[in-house]
Design a protein around this ligand. Structure first.
Ligand code: ZN
Length: 310
């Protein structure tokens, strides 16, 4: 087997790295700004890959972690809110044609799940559930050592599962999805609405409110800020109760900035889960862990994807 090139298309950075077989430390790694708002993202990506292409030896495959929704079977990006020029865009086929190697594409949350399973905190587990809590909520599922993709390749869009049909609007436009309760913007939105309704808090509407600012206020004892995270944890527990019943994992892995707040979120999450799970056996030996791969989750997931696909 030759080398593998992994690419991670992030909101801020485009990253590419060249890996030898059986080594998760790249030979070379480069990143440039994605500039998602400007045209030419694909051209910049091609140039970035060319810049790390090995002078000697061959490349076996390219793996790409991309924002979705996308079709992992064809490598087409259906449309992605961040990169408007990519509408039904043949990302995988274009790369494969240009570089003359197989190119595999999957969404960033699925690949973070795959990366954690192969190289990270999920190593040795055969049934893994991954959730990233960030600007949005993304999910990935490994079942029987395989990444769950689904018929259309749209499986495991766990942020868009309904936890309250009468709940707030999600970024996708539908009501009551997990993302509309447990993402960073959802925490902030709840605080803003409570302040507008006259709730007392050290936080003020004129402040530059972010999930981080709300977390800081909560650690200083602010009741509204605490309740915002409790609510996010409560609904996260409802969602994960459903996921346990569906997938019965041995480990649940949390990534993303919102998951960094610790007990503020997870005490309420665990209480909600324990209260709701219909059979205690789901929780026996169930590990709940923080993601281990950090910023490299996309690249290592793309590496894992290429390795399992060739
Ligand atoms: Zn949604």
């Amino acid at each position: 087997m030759g080398t593998i090139i992994a690419v991670d298309i992030g909101g801020t950075h485009l990253r590419a790295a060249l890996y030898e077989p059986e080594n998760t430390q790249p030979i070379i790694h480069k990143r440039i700004r994605t500039n998602t708002g400007e045209p030419g993202v694909y051209g910049r990506m091609e140039a970035l890959i060319e810049s790390i292409w090995p002078k000697k030896g061959n490349v076996t495959a390219i793996g790409v972690a991309s924002p979705g929704p996308l079709d992992p079977y064809t490598g087409y990006i259906l449309k992605t809110p961040n990169i408007k020029e990519w509408q039904n865009f043949p990302l995988g086929p274009n790369l494969s044609k240009h570089f003359n190697v197989p190119a595999f594409v999957d969404n960033d949350a699925n690949l973070a799940a795959l990366g954690e399973w192969k190289f990270g905190v999920g190593k040795g587990h055969h049934h893994l559930l991954y959730l990233t809590l960030s600007t949005g909520v993304g999910g990935g599922v490994i079942t029987d050592d395989r990444l769950l993709q689904g018929y259309h390749g749209l499986g495991a869009e766990l942020g868009h599962t309904i936890v309250d049909p009468n709940g707030p609007l999600c970024s996708c436009g539908f009501a009551g999805h997990l993302e509309s309760f447990s993402s960073g913007p959802a925490v902030v939105k709840y605080v803003v609405e409570e302040l507008q309704a006259g709730a007392s808090s050290s936080l003020k509407l004129e402040n530059d409110l972010s999930a981080r600012v709300v977390a800081d206020a909560a650690t200083h004892g602010d009741a509204l800020a605490i309740s915002a995270y409790k609510r996010a944890g409560e609904y996260l527990g409802i969602a994960v109760t459903n996921f346990l019943v569906a997938f019965d994992p041995s480990i649940v892995v949390f990534g993303g900035g919102v998951s960094q707040v610790g007990p503020l979120l997870f005490d309420a999450f665990k209480a909600s889960l324990q209260k709701r799970i219909f059979h205690p056996r789901y929780l026996e030996n169930l590990k709940i862990e923080m993601a281990a791969l950090g910023d490299d989750a996309g690249l290592l997931g793309a590496l894992a994807l290429a390795q399992i696909s060739i």
